[in-house]
Design a protein around this ligand. Structure first.
Ligand SMILES: CC(C)(COP(=O)(O)OP(=O)(O)OC[C@H]1O[C@@H](n2cnc3c(N)ncnc32)[C@H](O)[C@@H]1OP(=O)(O)O)[C@@H](O)C(=O)NCCC(=O)NCCS
Length: 148
């Protein structure tokens, strides 16, 4: 999946469709980045991108950061975001990733909680990019038996 294919949905859903705002992460073209999209026929409707990144929650673990999680407006609430996340997490597990983290938009925390993420108390902040309220969130990809 080429990261540029994701730009339209990233921009429309997360940046108010403003053509002047960048929807590029400097790590997008890194070989280690993982971009997982959801397609309805030929239409790309879900975006998600994961980058190797030391977690502020568990820096000792092998962790990736999730950015640009978005489902296009007219197809939200149909389970597509959760299905794409599940597929991405399976790939990350195969890569040996132990945990994922993100700066979760507060309006999306219901989605993250429903899909197994936890919030970090006291980590509430405004995103420097959007000025919208966010909270640091994380999700273990380990089986319970692997956790000490
Ligand atoms: C957040 C977002 C990615 C969720 O994608 P989606 O495809 O609509 O979510 P799904 O339909 O797969 O929902 C999965 C679960 O999360 C719940 N959920 C989804 N969005 C929710 C919300 N905003 N508040 C509460 N619960 C929510 C669903 O009810 C469902 O729960 P269930 O399994 O118990 O039925 C999507 O709404 C979106 O793009 N929002 C705007 C952009 C955004 O805020 N992205 C996150 C940036 S950090």
């Amino acid at each position: 999946m080429s990261p540029t294919a994701l730009h339209a949905v990233r921009r429309r859903v997360l940046r108010g469709d403003d053509p002047a705002i960048s929807v590029v992460d400097p790590r997008d073209d890194d070989e280690t980045a993982l971009h997982v999209a959801g397609l309805l026929g030929e239409r790309l409707v879900v975006t998600s991108s994961y980058y190797p990144s030391t977690s502020p929650v568990h820096p000792e673990r092998v962790t990736y950061q999730l950015r640009y999680m978005a489902t296009d407006f007219d197809v939200q609430g149909r389970g597509y975001g959760a299905r794409v996340a599940e597929a991405a997490e399976a790939i990350l597990r195969e890569r040996g990733v132990e945990e994922i983290w993100a700066n979760g938009r507060d309006t999306a925390l219901g989605f993250y909680r429903a899909t197994g993420w936890r919030t970090v108390p006291g980590s509430e902040h405004l995103s420097p990019e959007t000025q919208l309220p966010h909270t640091v969130i994380y999700k273990s990809l380990l089986d319970d038996a692997d956790l000490s």
